[in-house]
Design a protein around this ligand. Sequence first.
Ligand code: ATP
Ligand code: MG
Length: 431
Amino acid sequence: MGVEVTVEGLTKSFGSQNIWRDVSLTLPAGEVNALLGPSGTGKSVFLKTLIGLLHPEQGSVIIDGTDITQCSAKELYEIRKLFGVLFQDGALFGSMSLYDNIAFPLREHTKKKEDEVRRIVMEKVELVGLAGAEGKLPGEISGGMRKRAGLARALVLDPQIILCDEPDSGLDPVRTAYISQLLIDINAEIDATILIVTHNINIARTIPDNIGMLFRKELVMFGPREQLLTSEQPVVKQFLSGDRFGPIGMSEEKDESVAAAEAAMQAAGISGGGTADDFSEIIPQVQPNPGMPVRKAAIRHRANVLGMLHTLPENAQHAIRNSIAEEDRRAAESPETSTTLVALSQTDFNDPNARFTGLPGGPEGVYVAPTDVHGNTAASAQTDVVARPDMAKTAVAQQPAGDDAFTQPIDTSAIETAIIDKSNGQGSNQA
Ligand SMILES: Nc1ncnc2c1ncn2[C@@H]1O[C@H](COP(=O)(O)OP(=O)(O)OP(=O)(O)O)[C@@H](O)[C@H]1O
Ligand SMILES: [Mg+2]
């Protein structure tokens, strides 16, 4: 399973230039996350801080229980093996062929024999559509090809955490769609925690489970994708619509006189160049290709989101309920192609007592409310589990007992067990 990354109170400056301060967020294990923000707000610096290439003045970055801002060089070296990183500029060695660039982490971090290295390298080369170009030097290929080579290199160690700095920059829209699909498929396959830095609104709308945004040296928000996409905050709305009118200017601080002049233009009906698209209309997330495993993180994400639902703004709550209903509707329509979706549960949020909701036409399985070991249904269940009744028993039995059982986050590992068994088509519980 992917690794949770917890950032707390992180502050980074270069000399007297503060880049961002007091950034706190958690990239939940195995979930796909996106970080947005105007150019120069420190997204790449944030990525490099997560892998310990840059050192913050304050705060912590906890990965797999280790604070990498405090650990020894040796510990950091070990932790780095968990990461696959696609740097913004690709960061390929200019004097090495693409093949050697992509093979580099395998030769550096593993004792694999050359024929095994070749098998893995060629597999990744094909995955990113570079077959035939592996003998070329980085200087002999296009920018988009370099980007894809960088991604292939980021993937060779089957990383548990994948950081991608603008995977789409330099790529045409079709290749961007392929790369996005690839990231979702990889997430389904290895349950890696993914952070994508991007300016691409289409990616932001369809790929991540969670989205954050940096602006004016702060993390404006970080949460379920519906929260940002339905946000009323002017900076978020402006960024999504790509309009020149709003708090974001050409340079970091927008001049007051410029802002006033623009407001007048806007009032006069002059276009700021942005799109009129309604981003609060949540479009479905990209799903793994048919034949790929269930995206386990999607299941955990749903449990997480339901747990925090009451803390979110009303329009985000509304959007999340609609997303879930839409996911379930699609799952019911074509269970065989919606592997992730059929594993997800359906929840009637409006009725505190109704825990059992059938999935019309769906696969076998029941919706089970989490109950404590005594069989009491939680007063406010945070999630429902879809599983065969015999499997669900295990999920339930592993919940903590006692009065505070459901003030604790649900132990989703138990839920996972049930769902994995189900997706394997096995009739009996493994536990
Ligand atoms: N090694 C460094 N030394 C000094 N300043 C740096 C260093 N790296 C980045 N910066 C500064 O940090 C700020 C944020 O840079 P960063 O590259 O993180 O922006 P970004 O959000 O990734 O922008 P873009 O969207 O254009 O890629 C910039 O002002 C940059 O000049
Ligand atoms: Mg950058």
